[in-house]
Design a protein around this ligand. Structure first.
Ligand SMILES: [Zn+2]
Length: 116
C-alpha cells in the first residue's frame, strides 16, 4: 500500500502548508446535507445547540462521516471550535468502509497509522 501512504504523506505536507484541512460551517436544521464540500466540517444546530457534526471522509473515499455531539449520545464527540478551526475528541475511527482513523486538531487531520 505504498501508494496510499504516499498520498497521505503528500496530503499532510500540503495541508500543513495550506493552513488547515477543515473549517467549521454552522448549519441550522435537522437534515445533514447529502454532499459536504471538502475542507468543511458541518456543525448542525438545533435551536442554537450543536447536535451533530458531519464531514466528508478525509481519505477521499467519498463517504460522509457523522459525529454525534449531543450529551448522552453513544458514541459522541466533543467539538471545540477555535477561530473557525475544529478540534474533535476522541479520534474518529471508522469501523465501516475505509476504516480511516484520524484525529482532528485545530483544523488539521492527523492520521493514526495502523500498527502492523
Ligand atoms: Zn474514507
Amino acid at each position: 500500500m505504498w501508494f496510499v501512504k504516499r498520498c497521505r504523506a503528500a496530503w499532510e505536507w500540503l495541508s500543513s502548508h495550506w493552513g488547515y484541512d477543515l473549517r467549521v460551517v454552522d448549519l441550522a436544521g435537522e437534515e445533514i446535507p447529502a454532499a459536504i464540500p471538502s475542507k468543511k466540517l458541518i456543525c448542525m444546530l438545533d435551536e442554537g445547540e450543536p447536535w451533530v457534526a458531519a464531514m466528508a471522509c478525509p481519505c477521499g473515499c467519498g463517504d460522509v462521516i457523522e459525529l454525534m455531539l449531543l450529551e448522552g449520545a453513544k458514541p459522541r464527540w466533543d467539538l471545540i471550535v477555535d477561530r473557525g478551526l475544529p478540534t474533535l475528541t476522541p479520534s474518529v475511527w471508522r469501523n465501516v468502509g475505509c476504516r480511516s482513523h484520524f484525529w482532528v486538531k485545530r483544523g488539521h487531520i492527523h492520521w493514526v497509522r495502523a500498527a502492523r
